[in-house]
Design a protein. Structure first.
Length: 410
């Protein structure tokens, strides 16, 4: 019996996407083996150096001396790499200290996980089953069409618990219509989307106030770069307390500069339920001990003046890039810039040319973006020097010089 694909089509994904990946590999843009030079560049085995413009370490905290020292100190003190047991049963005291520090900084009960992806894998089925909703009843579960792959991947599991719907991106009317028709609706979205753009956070919280909409955000790309304590775009925008109808997750491996994930919860009673029944959050794969030490050091930096200075430097670099290079996210104060190209082969070729100029920028194509809408993704950072930023913009604009088949998008 032939089964119909309801939530994913692996054959189609590989069939349409693999030729572009193969082309990118042949162009020297995949499977790069490198060393960190410590000079802001990466070096290839043949001695060539380049600047990585696809790093999500937006604030450069991954190389901060205090963060590195934090990893070293806890490793030397505890003299083991990991606990090798579920955190539900035994956990390092430093993990408690980290969660207490983040809970204080971000004004929400915060649980640290092995990754943001594992957080979604554990939490979304509990939302679908109704166990993380205040009244305990199953909701209609709605995924934004542009929600990250790590959340979309869990759709079939959630669909075993409740009815799952995919909504057009940031379509408030579509969502409000569902809220009118159904007593319980839960919405799954990014805060900052990995391919550009932001969630309509204020409007979504208005729907929450009006209809009781449950909101689940993956705000990985804005943690640390937004908010006085680096709490991220969603948490900084919503203000007040994280309520019983909101869960925010994020990656500690991006702006935060270390590794792992974080879950911001409302009511205290959710914490035990999550630890016991959210699958990978309770398995014996907790954060490595050096990552815990590094994260604790980064969390403490989030209470100092250095964070604000790095945030300002990042925004200055974003503004400079926006002034020189047209993109559809210009003016959004967002460090991920997508340069639309169109045909997949042209995106690979432009990425190759940019690499030849000393800047690595990934060509993005299906299934990362829709077919025929390929482009280049550039991530800006606070620790990118003025000189390197100017050279980057020059190199990007050179890609659209006369004789190039497609102009830069505006």
């Amino acid at each position: 019996m032939e089964l119909k694909n309801r939530y994913r089509n692996t054959e189609s994904m590989i069939g349409h996407g693999n030729p572009s990946f193969t082309s990118a590999k042949e162009a020297g843009l995949l499977d790069l083996s490198v060393h960190n030079t410590g000079r802001g560049t990466l070096s290839l085995p043949d001695g060539r150096e380049f600047i990585n413009m696809c790093s999500c370490s937006y604030l450069g905290l991954d190389s901060h001396p205090d963060v590195l020292q934090g990893a070293i100190e806890v490793l030397q003190r505890e003299r083991t790499l990991c606990m090798s047991i579920s955190r539900l049963r035994i956990r390092l005291a430093d993990l408690d200290a980290l969660e207490e520090e983040l809970s204080h900084r971000w004004r929400a009960k915060t649980i640290v996980t092995n990754s943001a992806s594992s957080a979604s894998a554990g939490l979304l089925p509990l939302i679908a089953s109704g166990h993380l909703l205040p009244d305990g009843h199953k909701p209609i579960l709605v995924f934004d069409k542009s929600a990250h792959f790590s959340m979309n991947l869990i759709k079939p599991i959630c669909a075993d618990e409740t009815h799952v719907i995919t909504a057009p991106h940031n379509d408030l009317d579509f969502l409000e219509d569902l809220c009118r028709k159904h007593a319980r609706v839960a919405y799954v979205a990014d805060g900052f989307y990995s391919m550009g753009g932001v969630a309509i956070v204020k409007d979504l919280f208005h729907l929450q106030d009006k209809y009781g909409l449950f909101l689940y955000f993956d705000d990985s790309h804005s943690l640390s770069i937004y908010g006085a304590s680096g709490e991220g775009y969603v948490r900084a925008t919503m203000g007040g307390e994280v309520n019983s109808r909101t869960i925010i997750i994020g990656s500690l491996g991006k702006g935060f500069g270390t590794a792992g994930g974080a879950v911001m919860l409302g009511p205290q009673q959710h914490a035990d339920l999550v630890g016991r029944f959210a699958g990978p959050l309770g398995w014996s794969q907790s954060l490595s001990i050096p990552a815990i030490g590094a994260s604790l050091a980064s969390a403490r930096l989030h209470g100092g003046a250095d964070l604000a200075e790095r945030q300002r430097a990042l925004r200055a670099n974003v503004r400079y890039f926006d002034e020189r290079v047209p993109t559809r996210t210009a003016g959004e104060d967002f460090p991920i810039k997508i340069i639309d190209v169109g045909p997949e082969p042209l995106a690979v070729e432009r990425s190759r040319r940019l690499m030849a100029a000393g800047f690595y920028s990934s060509a993005v194509f299906f299934p990362i973006v829709p077919k025929g809408r390929a482009g280049l993704r550039i991530m800006l950072r606070s620790n990118l020097s003025t000189e390197d930023l100017q050279r980057l913009c020059d190199a990007v604009l050179e890609l659209a010089a006369p004789g190039t088949s497609e102009p830069l998008a505006s």
